[in-house]
Design a protein around this ligand. Structure first.
Ligand code: SF4
Length: 440
């Protein structure tokens, strides 16, 4: 660790980051007008932006101070936190690029180097970033370690292998057997053993010793944070719902990328308080909520605002989503007394590593408990594991629950896949059916 780098990091943490917040506040003096279809915006939005800006800002000053790990969204990050890695989530960064409508540009760079357009756009954006150094976050630190898990898809393994090869750095892969019917004892033990086997490698890369009590504290914090996130999502059962799922897509960022850190825990307490107040006072995310919807699959990051406005103007609010639920669904398995097996259960059973029957049952339950009137499924070109099976799910759910549903063909972060006319036609037809079903 260099004393100079450490001093610089400390100065940036104590003075640089707060100064940046003031500057951002100044720039935001003239907020965009809120369309009438929406209720008052969440106060927490400002705090969320500050946390994320600060995280990316400080990441620039980590080399020489902390070891940096690039991590996939479903990886058991709590273990890395015990070694004080500064974690960067390329998926989160790619979503940021997508939201800024710059996805096609970054994807183009990766495609120009030979990566197929059929590859997930999160991967292409990240590879585009790695090849060009471009980022809307200013600058990202180079990783000392890559940490991935195939519990979300197989793509991440090959994507991270490409980075490991290019940067000549270690890659740790947490292999999670797919749950075809139920998780077996053998699967749990296999995953639990992998986690323990990682410790000497993490000690070597980080230069730190593993202390079980530190790890347990992190696990406890992670559990509590995920529980609060789950409670926030639960609060959307209220009518009107205190926020939209489009808000939740943004507020998801800390639970994905800062899970296990005090900043995420504090943030969700703050958001929970605001959500509770809104529920008590009957404040809805949209002005006049008449229809309640469920969203399936990852957000279409470059069209979040468009979709939020389109539905709010039709008095339709998304109150739940399989995507936002993913970071609350299995964390109830976490148990500080059995850290290894409980992590295996938690991370081995997340939605994308679980079978379609599980997803069907889960969605049916969500539709009932959130009083949902209609379903929008995003069939995304990028994410095959999330999109395969959606037509069967729609058919069964529509038949069993008599629920109007539509499938939108688009992409998470590559805006070239969006077809304005086709989406409009499908959305208008869906809204007409939904209105007819509720009043007819
Ligand atoms: S979007 Fe899907 S394919 Fe892409 S990294 Fe995530 S889980 Fe994998």
């Amino acid at each position: 660790m260099s004393i100079r780098a450490e001093l610089k990091y400390k100065i940036m943490k104590d003075y640089g980051a707060p100064a940046l917040m003031v500057l951002q506040d100044f720039k935001r003096r003239k907020p965009r007008p809120i369309p009438e279809a929406f209720g008052p915006p969440l106060e927490s939005n400002k705090r969320l932006k500050e946390i994320l800006s600060r995280h990316y800002f400080l990441s620039r000053y980590t080399p020489g101070v902390k070891k940096v790990a690039w991590v996939t969204s479903g990886a058991p990050v709590e273990l890395l936190r015990a070694f004080d890695f500064y974690t960067i989530y390329p998926e989160n960064h790619s979503a940021l690029v997508g939201a800024k409508k710059q996805g096609a540009d970054y994807c183009g760079i990766a495609e120009g180097s030979g990566f197929s357009q059929d590859l997930c756009s999160y991967a292409r954006i990240d590879l585009g970033h790695m090849l060009s150094g471009k980022t809307p976050a200013g600058k990202l630190p180079k990783p000392d370690l890559l940490f991935c898990s195939n519990n979300i898809c197989q793509t991440v393994l090959y994507w991270y292998k490409a980075i490991a090869h290019e940067l000549n750095i270690p890659l740790i892969h947490f292999d999670a057997p797919f749950v075809t019917t139920e998780q077996t004892e053998a699967d749990i033990n296999y995953m639990a053993q992998q986690l323990q086997d990682m410790i000497p490698i993490l000690e070597r890369v980080s230069g730190r010793i593993f202390y079980l009590n530190i790890f347990e504290d992190i696990l406890k914090r992670s559990m509590e944070t995920s529980k609060t996130w789950g409670a926030i999502l639960d609060a959307m059962k209220a009518q009107p719902a205190p926020m939209t799922i489009f808000d939740a897509f943004g507020h998801l960022a800390p639970i994905v990328s800062l899970r296990g850190l005090p900043v995420a825990q504090d943030y969700y307490h703050f958001l929970m308080d605001e959500i509770d107040t809104r529920v008590t006072q009957g404040i809805g995310a949209i002005s006049d909520e008449r229809y309640r919807l469920i969203w399936d699959n990852i957000a279409i990051w470059y069209k979040v605002r468009f979709l939020a406005t389109f539905f709010a103007e039709r008095k339709m609010n998304f109150v739940t989503a399989t995507y936002t639920n993913a970071w609350a669904e299995t964390t109830g398995y976490l148990d500080v007394k059995n850290p290894w097996t409980s992590m295996a259960k938690t991370y081995g059973q997340i939605i994308l590593n679980n079978n379609l029957k599980h997803r069907l049952d889960l969605m049916k339950k969500m539709i009932k408990t959130y009083s949902v009137d209609g379903m929008v499924m995003h069939s995304t070109r990028s994410c095959k594991p999330y999109s395969v099976g959606q037509f069967d799910l729609r058919k069964t759910i529509t038949a069993d629950l008599d629920l109007p549903a539509v499938i939108l063909d688009a992409d998470i972060a590559d805006e070239r896949v969006w077809s304005e006319q086709q989406i409009h036609t499908r959305l208008e037809a869906f809204c007409e059916t939904l209105e007819g079903s509720k009043h007819g």
